[in-house]
Design a protein around this ligand. Structure first.
Ligand SMILES: Nc1ncnc2c1ncn2[C@@H]1O[C@H](COP(=O)(O)OP(=O)(O)OP(=O)(O)O)[C@@H](O)[C@H]1O
Ligand SMILES: [Mg+2]
Length: 472
């Protein structure tokens, strides 16, 4: 049976257009106002609710609230006029799953509805599988959180969402590639959340953080006496993750001997603890991530080709933020809300000029850098809105399209994925100090307080800031 979709819009042409676009793959109901919509919601098992935010005098938000009280609430997608993204973000905070802006791109809507329906299917499957066990049921509801944390409505992010839903429930090994800060870890979590594997069985290993020998025993464990410091038997991460997911972060950093062992573990689905020849069977779903160009490492013989193919069964490539500028405002709104709440500030809008700056910047540190910039803005602003001068100063210095990647995109494919312009911590720090001093009119004690450092530390750091006196 096809998934059931309810379309709510007060304009007939929109209703008809949507009905036509969705009719083939879904069982479609339409309603012109909240009253009609509620009747359908009560009598039909609606999987996906697609509603306009403004329904004549009524609000789609109230309808959303109503829908969420149903015993099996539909996945809700809000339609909103271009430019009222803030209301849409509010709707998402209240429990809507996604939103689309008008004028509608029918293909986009169709994709989104299909994704919603698929998520819903997985959700009810999870519910069915776990209905006898209350503990497990709690987990099922957190599993639907899988994709919700991954914000973005660009074509590229929609594709990633689709891929995640598609491959999550399988056993396939996934390789997530992308620059630093693009959301690789978030995707790994989503894959696990939607995998149907026990929620608490996600084991994460950062391969860059350990020396080769330590990494090997971290992954596979060791027997007592395997090497001089092995006083106890140790269970490795593979065994810990049995039945669940093992996330190998920064996979590009593992040494050749561990690469061989990992290949064995992946192809034979057994591991051996260091110092033992006893194979132990494990059922582990492996997800790996890297910001290196593994293909290039393979040609340079730094990474084993056979292991690369084992890992790269499904490839998810996270697009850099500069290639999906349409997500910037949406991400910024969400971070704005997050940090306003966290810092007990009232929610303020970003000024037009500040928004322009965010849109134009090239974001070498991707979403992580945007997140930090918004946090900076929230903390620094004591005006009605967040202005250009409250954002980190470096935003001015790295504006598109001056980055080499943009000038010649074909070169990018062959290069390492790591950002070209190094993300300079020192500059960031100096900018924060400048901002804090500007904010406090040069009062060093207050500025130090704002930055969470002692006045003495600030003094010391100011010595590193040769132009500090001019810029104040
Ligand atoms: N699409 C997104 N929606 C919301 N938040 C995001 C998104 N992508 C990334 N973030 C946030 O940006 C930060 C960096 O993301 P994450 O740690 O997943 O990046 P990464 O690709 O693993 O980076 P690295 O290579 O440096 O480890 C996190 O705070 C994450 O929550
Ligand atoms: Mg990461």
């Amino acid at each position: 049976m096809n998934p059931v979709v309810l379309i709510v819009d007060d304009e007939k042409p929109t209703r008809d257009g949507l009905r036509q676009a969705l009719d083939e793959r879904f069982e479609v109901y339409v309603a012109a106002d909240p009253r009609e919509a509620q009747q359908v919601l009560r009598s039909e098992p609606v999987d996906v609710l697609l509603t306009d935010l403004r329904l004549g005098a009524d609000s789609g938000m109230d309808l959303l609230d109503e829908a969420l009280t149903l015993p099996k609430p539909p996945v809700s997608i809000m339609m909103t006029a271009y430019g009222s993204v803030d209301t849409a973000v509010e709707a998402m905070r209240r429990g809507a799953w996604h939103f689309v802006t008008k004028p509608l791109n029918l293909e986009e809507v169709e994709l989104l509805v299909a994704r919603a329906a698929r998520g819903r299917e997985i959700e009810s499957e999870n519910r069915r599988l776990t209905s006898e066990n209350h503990e497990l049921q709690k987990k099922a509801s957190s599993q639907s959180a899988g994709l919700e944390r991954l914000i973005g409505k660009s074509q590229a992010m929609m594709k990633i969402g689709e891929m995640v839903t598609q491959v999550a429930p399988t056993r396939a090994t996934v390789l997530i590639e992308g620059e630093s800060g693009t959301g690789k870890e978030l995707v790994a979590h989503a894959l696990h959340d939607l995998s149907g594997r026990p929620a608490d069985k996600l084991v994460i290993v950062n391969c860059a953080a350990l020396s080769p020998q330590l990494l090997e025993s971290e992954l596979f464990g060791h027997e007592k006496g395997a090497f001089t410091s092995a006083h106890q038997r140790r269970i490795g991460r593979f065994e810990q993750a049995d039945g669940g997911t093992l996330f190998l972060d920064e996979i590009g950093e593992i040494d050749t001997s561990t690469q061989v062992k990992l290949l064995r573990a992946l192809s034979e689905r057994t591991i051996e603890r260091v110092g033992s020849n006893n194979p132990i069977a494990v059922d582990v779903r492996v997800i790996a991530a890297t910001n290196k160009n593994l293909r290039k490492m393979v040609t340079e013989e730094k990474f084993r080709e056979d292991l690369f193919f084992r890992l790269n069964v499904v490839n998810i490539r996270m697009p850099p933020l500069r290639e999906r500028a349409e997500d910037i405002v949406l991400l910024a709104s969400s971070f704005l809300r997050e940090f306003s709440e966290e810092n007990g500030r009232t929610l303020k809008p970003l000024s037009d000029r500040a928004l322009d700056l965010l849109r134009l910047y090239s974001w070498p540190g991707n979403v992580r850098e945007l997140r930090t910039a918004i946090e900076h803005g929230v903390v620094m602003s004591n005006d009605e809105s967040i202005e250009e001068q409250h954002l980190p100063g470096f935003l001015d210095g790295n504006i598109l399209p001056s980055t080499p990647e943009m000038a010649n995109p074909s070169v990018t494919a062959e290069k390492d994925l790591a950002p070209q312009g190094e993300f300079n911590l020192h500059d960031l720090e100096m900018n924060a100090i400048r901002g804090a001093l500007r904010y406090t009119n040069g009062n060093r004690t207050k500025a130090a307080g704002l930055l969470g450092i002692s006045r003495r530390t600030l003094q010391r750091k100011l010595k590193d800031l040769p132009t500090s006196s001019d810029s104040l």
